[in-house]
Design a protein around this ligand. Structure first.
Ligand code: NAD
Length: 418
């Protein structure tokens, strides 16, 4: 993974790249490239042994022109202020790409959650929720899960918020457990949009998904669901990896059994259903039809991009390809489905969850999946139209052109104040 690329600079260069094809003033562009505000806080929390520990935490509210700030909370030792700012900006353009009425936000705590007990993680999460309370709310800013957080953390944040506010407000966070107001289909949504977008891309290229070979980097929520669903569509998952390494089988393996192995042992490595072990770098450069990066940002830098042999990349992760790598891949005619479309299923079903919370009326999983499918297919078609109409070099640029237009329109219709 490239160390030098600052994700916030990547975001800004992606916006500049798209703006070059648009009529947007420099002054408005400045607004589009910077967060409106960033909370930086230090959480002091009691550990199980009675000692105190300090945790840096952030929440960036990037842009609220199209609706409440929306975005996940990540627990990872490498979280930085710039990473959180970039991720919050990607949320703005992601929500605009798929046309859901949200702005963008993102948060994170600098922590390796494996080092703490469940009771400690609960106190840390509640301490963060207390700091977030003035900023968040069903109509203000709505957090969600991200790397190393899930239903459990969302349930804690919701409970803390509701207790402090003396109300019920299930829509203050999304990604909750179903009994706490979560939506059917939310856990699968990110992997689902990743593979729906890939299916549309294969269709656009007039290539068969049936029998296509697939490699998945990162076997967490987004990656493993994408593997399972693409296998169900008839493709063959030949490789998967996590932070401990990867596995490969020429003729594919059962993605569900690989996940069971990871659940039991902590990693896909050692899974008996695969023929051999490979490194993450080897996985990214396999000769496959579809590559799904589903780990962290900057996984594919310029050097690795030169060796990529996949025909299509569907970005389940946020920012897995650096801007320099994007250029290399475009030069090799690799069709990259950008993160702000490919993984938008997560925020889209979060939006459905929030709608259900506000209406106190819950949908079937079938309805959730049908509505998601329609949104991803429409968004993909809009990208292709813009890509072809403007003769753009990448689908990413097309996505930013579509999304920036929508954010600018909302801003200009509202005007600035005071
Ligand atoms: P997760 O914590 O469930 O899984 C992350 C996976 O990546 C794990 O298997 C981990 O071992 C692996 N990993 C970490 N570092 C790695 C490395 N250096 N090399 C290879 N594998 C590595 O997280 P997730 O929710 O699946 O999120 C993954 C990506 O998808 C992130 O970029 C996240 O922002 C993005 N995303 C997730 C959602 C969602 O709904 N979960 C929505 C949109 C985007």
């Amino acid at each position: 993974m490239s160390e030098e690329v600052n994700p916030f600079e990547s975001l800004q260069s992606q916006i500049d790249g798209a703006a070059a094809h648009m009529d947007v003033g420099e002054d408005v562009l400045e607004r589009l490239k910077h967060p409106e505000r960033v909370l930086e806080t230090n959480l002091t929390v009691e550990m199980d042994d009675g000692s105190l520990d300090r945790f840096r935490a952030f929440r960036s509210q990037f842009n609220g022109d199209r609706g409440p700030y929306k975005g996940g909370i990540r627990y990872h030792p490498d979280v930085t202020r710039d990473e959180v700012k970039a991720l919050s900006g990607w949320m703005v353009y992601k929500c605009a790409t798929v046309g859901i009425p949200y702005g963008g936000g993102k948060g994170g705590i600098v922590i390796d959650p494996d080092d703490y007990s469940e009771a400690e993680l609960e106190r840390i999460t509640r301490a963060f929720a207390k700091e977030l309370r003035p900023l968040i709310g069903e109509d203000r800013d709505i957090p969600a899960p991200d790397v190393n957080t899930g239903q459990r953390e969302m349930n804690w944040i919701k409970d803390t918020y509701e207790t402090l506010e003396n109300t019920t407000a299930p829509g203050v966070v999304t990604g909750k457990a179903p009994d706490s107001g979560g939506s059917a289909g939310r856990v699968e949504a990110t992997g689902r949009s990743t593979v729906i977008a890939a299916r549309e891309a294969f269709d656009y290229l007039d290539t068969d998904l049936e029998g296509a070979t697939v490699a998945v980097q990162g076997y967490g929520n987004a990656g493993w669901i994408a593997a399972k669903l693409i296998d169900e569509m008839g493709a063959t998952v030949v490789a998967a990896s996590d932070s401990s390494g990867g596995i490969y089988s020429d003729d594919g393996f059962d993605p569900v059994a690989a996940k069971d192995h990871k659940n039991e042992t902590g990693s896909v490595v050692g899974f008996e259903g695969a023929d051999e072990e490979i490194t993450n770098e080897e996985l990214l450069t396999l000769d496959v039809d579809l590559l799904i990066p589903a780990a962290l940002e900057n996984a594919i830098d310029e050097g690795i991009a030169g060796d990529v042999r996949a025909d299509v990349i569907s970005e389940a992760a946020n920012g897995p390809i650096t801007p320099a790598a994007d250029e290399v891949l475009a030069g090799k005619d690799v069709l990259v489905i950008p993160d702000i479309l490919a993984n938008a299923g997560g925020v889209t079903v979060s939006y459905f969850e929030w709608v259900q919370n506000r209406q106190r009326f819950y949908w079937t999983e079938e309805r959730v999946n049908e509505e998601l499918e329609a949104i991803v297919v429409d968004a993909f078609d809009a990208l292709i139209d813009t890509y072809e109409e403007h003769g753009l070099d990448t689908l990413r640029t097309a996505a930013y052109v579509v999304a920036i237009r929508r954010v600018v329109d909302a801003f200009e219709q509202g005007g600035s104040w005071p």
